[in-house]
Ligand binder design. Sequence first.
Ligand code: GLU
Length: 263
Amino acid sequence: YKISMKKVATRFAPSPTGFLHVGGLRTALYNYLFAKKMGGSCVLRIEDTDRTRFVENAQENLIESLKWAGVNFDEGPSIGGDKGPYIQSERFELYKKYSDQLISDGYAYYAFDTSEELDAMRKRLQEQKKDPKYVREEMRNSLTLPESEWKELLASGEKFVVRLKIPYEDIKFSDIIRGDVTINGHDIDDQVLLKSDGFPTYHLANVVDDYLMGITHVIRGEEWLPSTPKHVLLYDYLGWSRPEFAHLPLLLNPDKSKLSKRT
Ligand code: GLU
């Protein structure tokens, strides 16, 4: 494994949706110990853009548990650092700028579909035994509507989301643990980047912050591997160099069943 000359920076980026469980603690420890070993720094970032999953006091709890476990972050909420704020809801204005840049460069688009239209689309796909993924060619968005029409919709305050235009080709990246990974764009949904309430989704906020915070190594659980093709596209489209990725295998019971969060 080749080591670059850049100072290592890792991050642990929990969402305040509950208590810290053992899988999360393991991820935090890997990030922390790797950064320390490499003479780098480890950032704590709270990813709270999904307001529907927000749990009262979860953030305080996470911070307490991490402190208890001896994970001493170099930067984070209440620790400080020059790349803050370290809570995404306090970085709100940042994300739209990048979403706008992606749209003007042709990598993302406005979508005006109502939830009824989306439900009908999914139902149709289900009946045809196809993946319930957004069919951009058939829906109401800035790729299918005449420019004058979608501009009019925007101007009139019509609700919209911004979606990433996933290319219909192989998307490749390499992972320190998994090696080379290839996923075809046909198998990936046109990810929503900005929601109709103006909040970014995890994907946009996560990539923008990893970049702005100078993160060199993204070390996280394997459950995030399916998100990584979307993330590498965002890095490429925004003209940023990709960080290294390391997806840690899930923690399993001896019989290979998933570990319960409660035991
Ligand atoms: N906020 C995500 C989580 O809850 C972070 C995933 C990542 O590390 O990219 O785990």
